[in-house]
Design a protein around this ligand. Structure first.
Ligand code: FAD
Length: 309
């Protein structure tokens, strides 16, 4: 992803209908990463591992495992990450939040990861329980930028952080939120992964603003393949992602028809990633929700093939 020309200018001058993906024309395949959540039950564990094994041959740059609200999945995240490290050739990244924990507690988790051989952390603030306003732990890292600095002091981790093309819901302003992203990168993170979005132009405008603010680190788009529109719309409202009316219209009438819904979902996500790719984006982070098929199909459309093929 280059910043040689404003992304929005490229978009305005560039193709609005994507042609064949570059890799199918002899160009380089995009770099992918996949996000999983740690399983709560044995059945979900089986589902997660089927998902990991299905997606592993696509050779993602890394796979990340989320940390439950208020650190609620600490042990499960750790177990999943270390099992990925032990049983696959994948590079795992552990999400780590600082909400509700002291610095000493968070540092201990980070040290355990380092000692286990985990070298990549996705450093996040996390959220207060539903209905409560966020307040830092009295002895904790107050914000993600502080956590990044803390991790840097522990070991030379690779650190990714979150970015918000539509601005974090609690930010004082879009500019303040961008300053915060810059602080996280200046503190030692080397990549940002975005909150998911549906409107390509929103992301490209954000890239331009980031560039103008002097940010040169990759800002990797987070792609959420939507298979349950009603649920996704609810979740989007909570995390500040706008749902365009065309998206609602595309899913209209599919509520009772999961097969058709999945087909629509594949088309929507494929079109989104191909438009991004046609506009110079060469790295994508997929929120898989531990279901491999949509992500696999979209990767295929992007020109990414299993290692053996
Ligand atoms: P921060 O970067 O600290 O920012 C939080 C808010 O505080 C922003 O509004 C920012 O502008 C503001 N702010 C920052 N510094 C200051 C300051 N000094 N003074 C005043 N305001 C300030 N949540 C989980 O619980 N587990 C996960 O695994 C997880 N994974 C995620 C992965 C990605 C890619 C993304 C995009 C989000 C993820 N989240 C996860 C959600 C995340 O925890 C929430 O969005 C949270 O509200 C903000 O986290 P942050 O790291 O962006 O916070």
């Amino acid at each position: 992803m280059t910043f040689d020309q404003p992304a929005l200018t490229r978009w305005l001058a560039g193709p609005k209908v994507a042609g064949l993906p570059a890799p199918l024309l002899g160009g380089a395949a995009p770099a992918l990463s996949f996000e999983f959540f740690p399983p709560r039950t044995e059945a979900l564990e089986t589902q997660l591992w089927a998902c990991i094994r299905r997606l592993a041959p696509l050779r993602p740059r890394f796979v990340s495992v989320t940390y439950g609200a208020s650190g609620s999945t600490q042990a499960r995240t750790h177990d999943t990450v270390t099992r990925i490290l032990a049983e696959t050739a994948l590079t795992p990244a552990a999400h780590l939040t600082c909400v509700g924990a002291s610095r000493a507690e968070v540092d201990a988790v980070a040290r355990r990861y380092w000692d286990a051989g985990v070298r990549h952390i996705v450093a996040l603030r996390g959220d207060a329980p539903p209905g409560a306003a966020y307040a830092p732990h009295p002895e904790g890292y107050a914000f993600a930028a502080d956590l990044v600095a803390g991790l840097r002091a522990i070991a030379p981790f690779e650190i990714s952080v979150a970015a918000y093309p539509e601005t974090h819901p609690a930010a004082a302003s879009p500019d303040a939120d961008l300053d915060n992203l810059k602080r996280k990168l200046d503190a030692g993170a080397s990549r940002a992964i975005t909150q998911y979005f549906f409107d390509t132009e929103v992301y490209l405008r954000f890239l331009d603003r980031a560039h103008a603010a002097g940010i040169t680190a990759p800002i990797v788009p987070g792609i959420m393949p939507v298979s349950n529109f009603v649920q996704a719309a609810k979740f989007s409202a909570a995390c500040g992602t706008s749902v365009p009316s065309w998206l609602a219209r595309l899913f209209e009438g599919t509520e009772e028809d999961p097969e058709i819904r999945r087909m629509v979902a594949a088309v929507v996500a494929a079109e989104q990633v191909r438009l991004l790719q046609a506009n110079g984006v060469d790295e994508f982070h997929f929120y898989t929700l531990n279901r491999p098929d949509l992500t696999y199909a979209i990767a295929h459309i992007l020109g990414v093939r299993p290692a053996a093929a």
